[in-house]
Design a protein around this ligand. Structure first.
Ligand SMILES: [Zn+2]
Length: 255
């Protein structure tokens, strides 16, 4: 009996000694961004193309304001992004994707206006600039939208008179760069949009939207998040954040 017992013990030890891999939110990133997961002394970290290494999770508890001001990469995954039928957003600070980790965005898209490599595309009759890295998903969104317009002509006006795409600028009244700075965002027809900053009185936030489901579905299917999923609603805004729509980034326990 003894040899069998020894064997079982060795097997158990082997299993226990198996090194844990990077957390899913880090392990999935190289699929979407030019970064690598590395094990540092203090825990899992992200290696950027310039060789610098930043911790994946700084371990700090943060207020909602601190999350937006000084997040780590791990913070950008919460709250979870939910696709599917458009529903009013009523929970406070439910803004999946509003927290952005700038070292990642700058590594992928550029850290100065000159570095952002944009290409011109024609979006429903209007020329817009998008980052070369998002050109293919953006083209696939347009193909989906073409189909949506063929099925239902009432979708078209939402796609015309586009508000803007690439614009190297800060978010108004903040020191943070707008996602439009990287050529990964598009604002659709402003006249058909609802935006929390326009709301009067400004509090409490009362979510509003007029955009049709087909438009939202077309973008989300290709890795773009929608500002209509935020309590700080911005329904014209779509932004390429494929990691937030990739189930692999949430890991096996995610809904
Ligand atoms: Zn926008």
């Amino acid at each position: 009996m003894l040899p069998a017992l020894v064997l079982a013990t060795v097997t158990a030890l082997d299993g226990g000694a198996e090194p844990a891999g990077p957390p899913p939110g880090l392990a999935c990133l190289p699929k979407w961004y030019p970064v690598k997961a590395v094990k540092a002394d203090a825990g899992w970290a992200m290696r950027l193309p310039d060789g610098t290494t930043v911790p994946y999770d700084d371990g700090k508890a943060k207020t909602p304001a601190e999350l937006v001001e000084s997040p780590d990469m791990e913070d950008t995954y919460g709250p979870p992004y939910r696709q599917g039928p458009i529903v009013p957003v009523t929970a406070e600070n439910d803004g999946p994707g509003r927290v952005r980790y700038y070292p990642l965005l700058e590594a992928a898209y550029g850290s100065s206006k000159r570095q952002v490599d944009t290409v011109r595309v024609t979006f429903f009759g209007k020329h817009v600039m998008v980052h070369r890295r998002v050109l293919e998903p953006f083209n696939r969104v347009m193909a989906r939208l073409d189909e949506a317009v063929k099925r239902d002509g009432s979708v078209l006006p939402f796609l015309q008179k586009v508000g803007g795409t690439f614009n190297w600028r800060k978010i108004s009244d903040t020191d943070r760069r707008s996602a439009h700075s990287y050529g990964i965002s598009i604002d659709l027809n402003v006249a058909r949009s609802n935006y929390w900053e326009w709301q009067r009185p400004k509090a409490p936030l009362v979510w509003k939207n007029r955009f049709p489901q087909a438009v939202v579905d077309a973008f989300e299917a290709e890795g773009f998040i929608w500002g209509g999923r935020w309590d700080h609603y911005d329904t014209m805004h779509f932004e390429y954040r494929p990691e937030l729509l990739d189930p692999a980034c949430r890991g096996p326990a995610s809904p």
